[in-house]
Design a binder for this molecule. Structure first.
Ligand SMILES: [Zn+2]
Length: 254
């Protein structure tokens, strides 16, 4: 969608990609959230406590860059702090998708990133997909864990939680979510077959050159062996189930 798209078109795009997230099984119940940068001062964000497969254009919330609600009847997503941080650190980003796709989230719940260079098109499209340590949803713990990874990645696994992807449009962010989940499935099958053949350093270097030439992408960190997330263990499984109600808005804590 072009930068000239109307408020109405952005609302319809969020409805459409929310439905696709739900139909793809990337979210359950009221999980997940999506947003669009309308201009320098305004974001259009999904509300909390609603199925992303059954939203209407009128359900969306407009907030300022502090997370303060300016329009909309519903309460904004409890993960608004994560969206605000990404938009602040990445002026190039105009759309964000957060979901819990089962395979990629399984990696994130097992302490594995998706940094292995196993598929050429993933290296070109996303570089590497790191794992952020666990942080309680809707709190600064979560945004603190993501912060160092946001400048140089477009897709991040969140330990014991899910995935966030972002791009120059909502469509681009959604496509990256599909790529992450698809790549997680490929990585799982590769692991099960037991004969992983990752691309060599020279091949990865060539793919990174292609990435920069065609995508103008963020600088990817070098792919590496899977690592265990530090300090991501948590018993707070109930917190991971849905887009929980915030005690206060993330914006008010800034
Ligand atoms: Zn979530």
């Amino acid at each position: 969608m072009s930068a000239m798209a109307s408020d109405r078109q952005y609302r319809q795009a969020i409805v459409q990609y929310g439905r696709m997230l739900h139909e793809s099984g990337f979210v359950a119940a009221t999980d997940g959230n999506l947003s669009v940068r309308l201009d320098d001062q305004h974001l259009l964000v999904t509300p909390t406590c609603i199925s992303k497969g059954r939203m209407r254009a009128s359900d969306m919330v407009i907030v300022d860059m502090e997370g303060k609600r300016l329009a909309g009847k519903r309460r904004v997503s409890s993960e608004i702090g994560m969206h605000l941080l990404i938009y602040r650190l990445r002026p190039d980003v105009r759309g964000i998708v957060h979901a819990h796709p089962p395979t990629a989230t399984g990696f994130a719940a097992s302490g594995y990133d998706l940094n292995r260079p196993l598929v050429c098109e993933v290296v070109v499209g996303l570089g590497s997909i790191p794992l952020a340590r666990y942080g309680t949803p809707g709190t600064p713990e979560l945004t603190d864990a993501l912060e160092p990874l946001i400048p140089s990645h477009d897709a991040i696994l969140m330990a014991n939680h899910g995935v966030v992807t972002f791009g120059s449009s909502l469509e681009s962010a959604y496509m990256k979510m599909e790529t992450v989940e698809h790549f997680a499935k490929i990585s799982l099958v590769t692991h099960l077959l037991g004969n992983e053949q990752p691309l060599g350093e020279k091949e990865v270097e060539k793919l990174h050159e292609v990435r920069h030439r065609y995508n103008g992408g963020a600088t990817p960190s070098a792919p590496r062996r899977p690592v265990t997330a530090d300090g991501c263990q948590s018993d707070s499984q109930s917190l991971l189930e849905s887009d929980i109600e915030p005690k206060e808005t993330a914006g008010s804590r800034r």
